[in-house]
Ligand binder design. Structure first.
Ligand code: NAP
Length: 255
């Protein structure tokens, strides 16, 4: 199926590694032009060296003004912006009992703040292109995880914003959807699982609870869903929360 994404310019926050990187690779395969917005300069530069059609902008997404400057720069260089993937995020384990109010607010800012900054500052361009927005949430917003209040609140907020923005942007035909990963092997996930005493045992334990094929979701499987949602093949899909997770969140627990 042709997704009609040829030459479309798509901003991808956190595009240098993990799920974001897979989204950028998939976009390139569809003939689109991904713009990686990421603070990992080594990974970002390596990506554009491998894929010269892609663009990399080094940025701290927690800086709202830097978000505006980067978006304006991308539009000036490439002439249009056709989509935005709000992907960057970090499960920072700011809990209720062991966190602090300051750390909680900081976690909210770094996990949902830039979703607003990037969407707000790219809106005038997305209105011109009737672009599409895909947010990356987390199963944590639906299931909880324990000891991660800031991340859970931010990811829950992203679900709310998906519906809110889908409504506000109806007059411009801009669609807004969210993809919720559950267990996906990425650099971030690897760091997290290595925090357990026996990471191999923990991984096997998690995989045994994933109904479809008892395996983790691949970053490519998340990317496929994101790129499909960005495309006009999803032209009447908006305000949706979609869980490509092998049935992890929604299937019967007794199976
Ligand atoms: P990842 O492997 O850490 O990749 C994320 C990239 O974003 C990294 O290059 C990171 O840079 C960058 N980044 C993060 N915060 C940034 C900021 N404030 N400014 C600039 N760059 C920033 O993460 P991932 O596992 O692919 O996760 C991507 C998204 O999926 C996140 O929103 C995450 O919450 C969500 N998710 C993932 C899973 C999973 O199983 N992996 C499950 C549920 C939800 P640094 O490495 O330098 O920080």
């Amino acid at each position: 199926m042709d997704l009609h994404l040829k030459d479309k310019v798509i901003l991808v926050s956190g595009g240098a590694k993990g799920i974001g990187k897979s989204i950028c690779v998939q976009l390139l395969e569809e003939g689109a032009v991904p713009v990686l917005l990421d603070k990992d300069e080594v990974a970002g530069m390596a990506f554009v060296k491998q894929f010269p059609r892609a663009h990399f902008i080094s940025i701290d997404l927690n800086d709202a003004f830097a978000c505006k400057k980067s978006i304006d720069k991308a539009e000036k260089t490439l002439g249009h912006i056709d989509g935005l993937v709000n992907n960057a995020g970090y499960n920072d384990s700011v809990g209720l009992e062991h966190g602090t109010p300051q750390k909680f607010i900081q976690s909210l800012t770094s996990n949902i703040g830039h979703f607003y900054y990037l969407t707000h500052y790219s809106l005038s361009y997305l209105k011109q292109s009737k672009g599409s927005i895909v947010n990356i949430g987390s199963k944590v917003a639906l299931t909880g995880q324990g000891n991660t209040s800031g991340y859970a609140a931010a990811k829950g907020g992203i679900l709310g914003l998906t519906r809110e923005w889908a409504v506000e942007l109806l007059p411009y035909s801009i669609r807004v959807n969210t993809v919720l990963p559950a267990e996906v092997w990425t650099p971030l996930y690897e760091t997290w699982i290595n925090s357990f005493a026996d990471p191999v045992k923990k991984k096997l334990q998690i995989e045994s609870k994933i109904p479809l094929e008892n395996r983790m979701t691949t970053p490519e499987e998340i990317a496929n869903m994101v790129v499909f949602l960005l495309s006009d093949r999803c032209s009447h899909v908006t305000g949706q929360w979609i869980s490509p997770d092998g049935g992890y969140v929604h299937l019967d627990r007794s199976i």
